[in-house]
Design a protein around this ligand. Structure first.
Ligand SMILES: NC(=O)c1ccc[n+]([C@@H]2O[C@H](COP(=O)([O-])OP(=O)(O)OC[C@H]3O[C@@H](n4cnc5c(N)ncnc54)[C@H](O)[C@@H]3O)[C@@H](O)[C@H]2O)c1
Length: 247
């Protein structure tokens, strides 16, 4: 899809990848860019994506104001560190933000897209949706689920003209990576790419209408290795994470 002349909505647009997407999209001369985040700010509407009501309100407001939505970027997401021991409340919180936000956006927008003969969902997932998230089980699980939902949507609503891209970066230099508490933090920060590089790849991926948008091309190779020999991949990930925890 072309962003020129499009009406696009971005969630989680106050900082990080969402803010970089907004800055990059602006250069393509969209008809309108509607930015939202948890807290209102100049040029940013308040919408908590862990609330279906807020997502409905954001979508209704955009259609009322701009007449349509061409692209919905479901970008807001959170990280919860830890494993099986994470409290249920944290699993519930990340499930709503990282998974249900995409479901609720689709639920609210599919009738509009069907009526208009199509529309585009960009879901910010993560390489963790294809591989795993070192140090965070809730993030890995929620991002796998988000990717599964994106796949399902792309298959079952293709006939309605609905297109889906899932953005799956590895580490990106934003508040999320900088907030990591585990010993893996320095590895993640040191190997992270700037959000501007992610935004550039997104514009290319949207133009090509690719399902998987991979700002780190090596992720495709890791994903292929995982599919080719799962057991070898599991052993390799254990070794890598232990090495990075120690280093
Ligand atoms: N930073 C990375 O390394 C990385 C890698 C892969 C994927 N991602 C994904 O990219 C997306 C953006 O993350 P980021 O790195 O820019 O992080 P970030 O923390 O810099 O920005 C996230 C933004 O989302 C907002 N947000 C959080 N919860 C929200 C909610 N309930 N409702 C509305 N807005 C909310 C925050 O206020 C913030 O402005 C997330 O989905 C994240 O999982 C990040």
């Amino acid at each position: 899809m072309q962003l020129t002349g499009a009406v696009a909505v971005i969630t989680g647009a106050a900082r990080g990848i969402g803010a970089a997407l907004a800055r990059r999209f602006e250069k393509e001369n969209p008809a309108a860019l509607v930015l939202s985040d948890l807290e209102p700010a100049p040029g940013i509407l308040a919408a908590d994506v862990s609330s279906e009501h807020d997502i409905q309100r954001l979508i209704a407001h955009t259609i009322d104001t701009h007449g349509r939505i061409d692209l919905f970027c479901s970008n807001a997401g959170i990280l919860v560190e830890g494993g099986a021991g994470c409290p249920d409340a944290e699993w519930d919180r990340i499930w709503k933000v990282n998974v249900m936000s995409h479901v609720w956006a689709a639920r609210a927008l599919l009738p509009h897209f069907r009526q208009r003969g199509g529309g585009y969902f960009l879901q910010t997932v993560s390489a963790a949706g294809l591989l795993t998230a070192p140090g965070s089980a809730p993030y890995s699980v929620s991002k796998h689920a988000a990717l599964a939902f994106g796949e399902w949507l792309a298959i079952h609503h293709r006939r309605d003209g609905v297109k889906v891209s899932c953005l799956c970066p590895q580490f990106v230099r934003t508040g999320m990576v900088e907030s990591v508490q585990s010993p893996l933090r320095s590895w993640m920060v040191d190997t992270s790419i700037p959000p501007e590089a992610v935004a550039e790849t997104v514009v290319e991926g949207l133009a090509a209408e690719q399902f998987l948008i991979l700002p780190h091309p090596e992720v495709k190779e890791y994903f292929q290795r995982k599919a080719t020999d799962y057991d070898r991949w599991l052993r390799g990930m254990d070794r890598l994470i232990r090495e990075k925890e120690g280093g």
